[in-house]
Design a protein around this ligand. Structure first.
Ligand SMILES: NC(=O)c1ccc[n+]([C@@H]2O[C@H](COP(=O)([O-])OP(=O)(O)OC[C@H]3O[C@@H](n4cnc5c(N)ncnc54)[C@H](OP(=O)(O)O)[C@@H]3O)[C@@H](O)[C@H]2O)c1
Length: 279
């Protein structure tokens, strides 16, 4: 039996066991995927003990992504750039780390907004926290000409420019409305709009009808930002797609099968988030 798990502190909110459990059953794999609350002081011991405990690897969530980056023996180039790991796997006794958030974001856009061309385009990203890092890097890796970043704490947007270079353009929050017109993609990576958090309230009057709008927040499934953009006729992409697509590579690394993000899986997780969800 192949074992994998997700670790975080706390971890009870994680939907990863539901996602991987669905695929294990669908592909008839003799495996398990559990969740483990791991305190920061126990993290190094847990990662070092994965092999001994019979795990093929694990997912890593808040607040451990950066700490685990420093615990793995090797990471790929993208992960080195991000300095954060969300997927750990074992190869020949070595503990390796990777980050699948960026590809989760891009593959969700590919699925739900296939007309989007990021190469040579401009994007606007709201937020400069941990998730923003992966999103901004992924957009740049797709060949975008520029990524405008607005964040409450401007210093953190500036840090993204220091990390990724001059294609990242930090702006003040109040500049958002005027900058929107030239963007092919608008992404919210702040926690604003999430259930229990204040709403994200921005003026969309200058948003072009061609701009694709996405929110990586997935509780609620459709945030106010997406509702407002959809009313204006824009194509919108919900955050749940990113969560599902980021899980694909981990499953493949641990269990040896590349799983498909099906509508059935989407609806299963959507119903877990919102019991009133109907396809
Ligand atoms: N769909 C997915 O797969 C996926 C993956 C990862 C994360 N997420 C979601 O993305 C969101 C952000 O996660 P994270 O890990 O990046 O969190 P984080 O590192 O804590 O960053 C939070 C971001 O939100 C901003 N923010 C928070 N409260 C604000 C307020 N009152 N006004 C203005 N800005 C505010 C922060 O700005 P400051 O820098 O000024 O504090 C920062 O930019 C969460 O809702 C998370 O669930 C989704």
């Amino acid at each position: 039996m192949i074992k994998a798990c997700v670790i975080g502190w706390p971890i009870s909110h994680s939907r990863s066991p539901l996602i991987h459990g669905y695929w294990l059953k669908k592909y008839g794999i003799d495996g398990s995927y559990s969740r483990h609350p791991v305190e920061p002081t126990s993290l190094a011991g847990f990662i070092g003990g994965l092999d001994g405990a019979g795990f093929a690897g694990c997912n890593v969530t808040i607040p451990h992504k950066e700490a685990v980056f420093n615990l793995v023996e090797r990471a790929d180039e993208t992960t080195e750039r991000l300095g954060a790991v969300n997927t750990v796997y074992l190869r020949h006794g070595k503990v390796l780390g990777t980050n699948t958030d960026g590809e989760g974001f891009i593959n969700s856009l590919r699925q739900h907004a296939p007309s989007l061309r990021l190469a040579g385009s401009r994007a606007m990203v709201l937020g400069a926290g941990g998730a923003s890092l992966a999103v901004v890097n992924a957009i740049l890796e797709q060949g975008a000409e520029g990524v405008v970043v607005a964040n409450r704490t401007r210093e953190k947007a500036q840090q993204l420019r220091n990390r990724f270079g001059l294609r990242v353009v930090p702006i003040e929050w109040h500049e958002i409305p005027d900058r929107l017109a030239s963007c092919s993609l608008l992404v919210n990576t702040t926690s604003l709009g999430m259930t229990g958090q204040p709403e994200l309230d921005i003026d969309l009057s200058q948003l072009s009808q061609d701009t694709i709008v996405t929110d990586i927040v997935y509780t609620p499934l459709r945030t106010k930002l997406l509702e407002q953009a959809a009313v204006r006729g824009n194509i919108v992409v919900e955050g749940l797609g990113m969560l599902l697509h980021q899980a694909v590579r981990g499953f493949s690394l641990w269990f040896g099968v590349t799983p498909v993000v099906t509508e059935e899986l989407h609806d299963l997780i959507a119903r877990d988030i919102d019991p009133d969800f109907s396809p």
